[in-house]
Design a protein around this ligand. Structure first.
Ligand code: C5P
Length: 212
């Protein structure tokens, strides 16, 4: 079983994806880490994230063992990740790894922006997770402060909106719901309620498939 979970930043998709993978016994890939790792490699080497050639080289050379790096979640990497993610050759270089991951037995949950549309268009279940920008910014602030970063809520909201805009407007694999994705709005849902809502959707899709 392949489950595709897409949505904008801090919508709750990552937390839902992790919990769903644990409950269904599936592998989990946070695909944002791939773009973050590329961005970090480019910045560490002293180059600009919009340098398409350097970013593509970094994507081709990417070492998946770096995915657990805590530094990948820093705000400076977050911003640069959405810049490298808009470069078509960078996306192209990361497709095979994601597709191979998705087909690893017994199946996988992948979360990102283009899983249901580009990486796994044939996924068994597709969720598109959204929440209001204000709620997403508040969540992100809590997360960053817990990690010791000093941030202002207004700045985080502005960063988030700029990133949404960049992710949605790029020509290569923009952030958008697949036509067959199920919308899950977590604006008024806590972590547990959001997880239960996701399970309900998955179970309804599976039951529908069995009946046919
Ligand atoms: O999900 P996360 O916030 O970690 O992603 C960081 C950035 O990576 C996003 O803003 C987006 O630009 C990019 N990304 C993407 N496609 C994905 C996952 C992430 O373009 N599947």
């Amino acid at each position: 079983m392949i489950i595709a979970i897409d949505g904008p930043a801090a919508s709750g998709k990552g937390t839902i994806a992790r919990q769903i993978a644990a409950v269904y016994g599936l592998h989990h890939l946070d695909t944002g880490l791939l773009y973050r790792a590329v961005a970090k490699a480019v910045l560490d080497a002293g180059h600009s994230p919009d340098d398409a050639q350097r970013a593509t080289e970094a994507a081709v050379m990417l070492d998946p063992s770096k995915f657990e790096d805590n530094a990948l979640k820093l705000q400076v990497i977050t911003e640069a990740a959405s810049v490298v993610a808009a470069i078509p050759q960078v996306r192209q270089a990361l497709i095979n790894y994601q597709r191979e991951f998705a087909t690893k037995p017994p199946g996988a949950v992948l979360d990102g922006r283009d899983i249901g549309t580009v990486i796994a268009p044939g996924a068994d279940v597709k969720l598109f997770v959204v929440a209001s920008p204000e709620v997403r910014a508040a969540r992100r602030v809590r997360e960053l402060r817990a990690r010791g970063e000093v941030v202002e809520e207004a700045d985080v909201l502005a960063d988030l909106l700029r990133r949404d805009e960049r992710d949605s407007r790029r020509t290569s694999a923009p952030l958008k719901a697949a036509p067959d994705a199920h919308l899950l709005d977590t604006t008024h849902l806590g972590i547990d309620a959001a997880f239960r809502a996701a399970v309900d959707i998955i179970e309804a899709v599976r039951a529908g498939r069995k009946r046919r």
